[in-house]
Design a protein around this ligand. Structure first.
Ligand SMILES: Nc1nc2c(ncn2[C@@H]2O[C@H](COP(=O)(O)OP(=O)(O)OP(=O)(O)O)[C@@H](O)[C@H]2O)c(=O)[nH]1
Length: 350
């Protein structure tokens, strides 16, 4: 997180070079630590105040019904919101959670961002529990299941997929995958990625939100650009935004490579999807204004991006392999998403 702060500050001040960076980093750390302590203290007091008020309101209601249900629920919601903010402030990593229907490409998006096929994806594998990818020290790759301290060694993706299938896991449980932090800059910067089962396959969305979302800094809704946003996807984010005040949400219209087969209607489909996504963020969830929302909607192909990055890592040009017409534009759009994502996460680190 400090790395993000430093990067943001050097962007603002224009200071570069190792000596400046080091001096800057240590003074920033102290300011950051002091500021964080102060903010934590303030929120500690707010939490106490909100608790006391809610207890008072509930006691009052037991004696005489002068506070209506909606008002009592409003007070309860403040308890959740303040608790969520406190939890975020007390953490030293940034968390990004990916949601969407089964097979929309959530695991593929995470793999593309990590520049490696870490999470199993595709036919024959469905994410059946929450999978969190985070950086490990010492070059080790392993996984840990909830409630166990045992480190299960993972050498490759096939082993990981097998390990995930063999474990009898409840859909809202968490598997933590530790991946060498030096393999990816986002892991080095203490960003953790959370992949989820499809929002269409669960009835336990409230549990999911309470267990996995209240401390997320950023949410990415991965849609299938070949179809329209479903009620389950919308409902999930409605519930998230009731429990969290103004969550940071990005929307990826994934599988946009499929539009290359129908160039004649590409633009009209894109503007329809864009309008719906912006309306969803602004009018339904009310989490951003039009301008901010327009910067949060992207048309990408995670599969192509991952493929391109694997080729680049081998020293080949990104467009090697079977890639559809318009790849370069989709690849730029994915990179643009990552830039905006990094800006957003560095803002919430402050
Ligand atoms: N054409 C195309 N296929 C994609 C793209 N992204 C993912 N896929 C394919 O879609 C299938 C599902 O991808 P996953 O990444 O496993 O999807 P998921 O949302 O994680 O699925 P669950 O784990 O089942 O919830 C795989 O066969 C991917 O290769 C894309 O951008 N374009």
């Amino acid at each position: 997180m400090a790395a993000y702060l430093n990067r943001t500050i050097s962007l603002v001040t224009g200071q570069t070079g190792p000596a400046d960076d080091d001096r800057h980093a240590s003074s920033t750390d102290t300011i950051f630590v002091r500021a964080k302590k102060k903010i934590n203290d303030i929120y500690g007091e707010i939490e106490e105040y909100v608790h006391e008020t809610t207890t008072f309101i509930n006691a009052l209601h037991a004696e005489a019904e002068i506070v209506d249900k909606a008002e009592r629920e409003l007070f309860e919601s403040y308890v959740y919101k303040v608790a969520a903010i406190r939890e975020v402030l007390q953490r030293d990593h940034m968390k990004v959670a990916f949601f969407g229907r089964t097979s929309n490409g959530k695991s593929s998006v995470i793999n593309a961002m990590l520049r490696e096929k870490i999470l199993p994806s595709g036919i024959g594998h469905t994410t059946n529990c929450f999978c969190q990818v985070e950086g490990s020290n010492g070059g080790e790759a392993y996984l840990m299941t909830e409630g166990s301290e045992e480190k299960l060694n993972v050498v490759n993706i096939k082993q990981l997929a097998n390990a995930l299938c063999q474990e009898k896991l409840c859909e809202s449980s968490l598997v933590r995958i530790f991946w060498p932090r030096e393999r990816c800059s986002l892991l080095r910067d203490d960003v953790v990625f959370v992949d989820s089962p499809g929002v269409d396959v669960s009835a336990n969305l409230d549990d999911w939100i309470d267990n996995h979302c209240l401390n997320a800094d950023v949410f990415v809704l991965v849609l299938n650009a070949e179809s329209t946003m479903t009620r389950a996807e919308k409902q999930f984010f409605h519930t998230v935004s009731q429990k969290l005040s103004k969550p940071n949400i990005f929307i990826l219209n994934n599988r946009w490579d499929a539009s290359a087969n129908e160039p004649e209607c590409q633009e009209s489909v894109k503007s329809q999807h864009t309008e719906r996504c912006i309306d969803f963020l602004t009018k339904e969830l009310k989490v951003s204004n039009e301008k901010e929302a327009a910067e949060r909607v992207f048309f990408v192909s995670a599969r192509e991006t991952l493929q391109a990055r694997i080729e680049e890592a081998k020293g080949n040009p990104p467009h090697m392999g079977a890639i559809a017409e318009g790849f370069q534009i989709r690849y730029f759009e994915f990179q643009d998403f990552e830039r905006k994502f990094e800006e957003c996460i560095s803002q919430s680190a402050k």
